[in-house]
Design a protein around this ligand. Structure first.
Ligand code: FAD
Length: 310
């Protein structure tokens, strides 16, 4: 079995989700190789070659690959897919954008968002917003799989010594889609997907202005900021902060839910967190069913006090 993992990176660092995807690939058995695609990313290819348990890195560098556009990326992946039994990527917006197109081009059925490897072709994946876990078996010869990063402990960034091979494939893509621009949240806070502490605010916070008290606590704890969909829909923060079924799936060491009721769609994105703290005025709020520590209190009193005491 030889598995290819598509590396997610931002031009300067390989994502933690990629390291978890490599851990999942190792559970399939056999060799694990990586594809590093981009423009001017030899440093990333070099870093990838040091990841523990990787035997080879395929490095594709081209201006058409400067942004992770599905058309150009899948052109490269399709060209080399014949060498592999499985192609994996994290089930992030990156992997969810690219792998379905690859699966279609290879005429196979993608297995999405796996949380466990049960056998060479058998996997576990959540359904119904994580309320049930399905065991699925594919009959395809070639596997195309997205991996839920929070379900697999990441491999070490170092300890490996893989060879790096430059890809020479034709990537003049003739794409019908083109990159226009990227709007990223700026700031020094850690990335929501990788943070060990997340402080999330919900509708109970009440306004964009008041959301600053969530940010103040996050900054005190060097935490990432998250939000419920209700808070995003109300315009308190942008939608890249959203945690949940239709947002980001996180599993930090500590998740603090403030003014969040705990709807199943929100729980789907955070209930695997190691320690959950909930602050809510309503003692019947469902968030308390998953919380390790619950504080029935008005967030406008509790949060400034907590932030000050820290
Ligand atoms: P509410 O449910 O309104 O809860 C606000 C809470 O704040 C209440 O519990 C209240 O007691 C508390 N509160 C109020 N004032 C205070 C105060 N002063 N101090 C302390 N507590 C206070 N939701 C997500 O979050 N993420 C998703 O990805 C997502 N995907 C969805 C997908 C689908 C298909 C659907 C149908 C829904 C989805 N939702 C998602 C929405 C979800 O169903 C809930 O509507 C949403 O999570 C509610 O957000 P909330 O808890 O902030 O708001």
């Amino acid at each position: 079995m030889t598995t290819l993992v598509l590396v997610e990176h931002n031009g300067s660092e390989i994502s933690k989700g990629t390291l978890s995807t490599i851990a999942a690939a190792q559970k399939l058995g056999g060799d694990v190789e990586l594809a590093v695609l981009g423009n001017g990313v030899s440093g990333i290819a070099e870093a990838a070659s040091k990841i523990s348990g990787v035997s080879k890195v395929h490095h594709g560098d081209h201006e058409e690959l400067a942004h992770p556009m599905a058309e150009a990326y899948t052109k490269v992946l399709q060209a080399i897919a014949g060498q592999f039994d499985a192609v994996l990527a994290p089930a992030s917006t990156f992997g969810k954008n690219i792998l379905p197109r690859l699966a279609a081009l290879l005429d196979v059925q993608q297995v999405s968002d796996i949380v466990a490897v049960e056998g060479p072709k058998t996997f576990k994946r959540p359904i119904y917003a994580g309320n049930a876990i399905a065991t699925v078996e594919t009959s395809d010869d070639k596997l195309v799989i997205t991996v839920r990063p929070t379900a697999f402990d990441p491999v070490a960034r170092d300890g490996g010594s893989a060879s790096v091979e430059t890809l020479s494939v034709d990537i003049s893509s003739g794409a019908t889609s083109k990159f226009v621009n990227l709007e990223e949240s700026e700031g020094d806070r850690p990335d929501l997907n990788a943070a060990s502490i997340v402080v999330s605010g919900g509708r109970g916070v009440g306004s964009k202005e008041d959301f600053k008290i969530i940010e103040a606590l996050a900054d005190k704890l060097s935490a990432a900021v998250g939000a419920s969909r209700a808070a995003v829909d109300a315009g308190y923060v942008s939608n890249d902060y959203q945690v949940g079924q239709t947002g980001k799936i996180v599993a930090p060491d500590l998740y603090i839910a403030v003014g969040i009721s705990g709807a199943i769609q929100h729980l789907a994105g955070m209930k695997e967190s190691k320690v959950i703290v909930a602050i809510n005025t309503d003692e019947e709020a469902p968030i308390f069913n998953v919380a390790d520590y619950g504080l029935v209190a008005d967030l406008f009193q509790a949060l400034p006090e907590l932030t000050e005491k820290l």
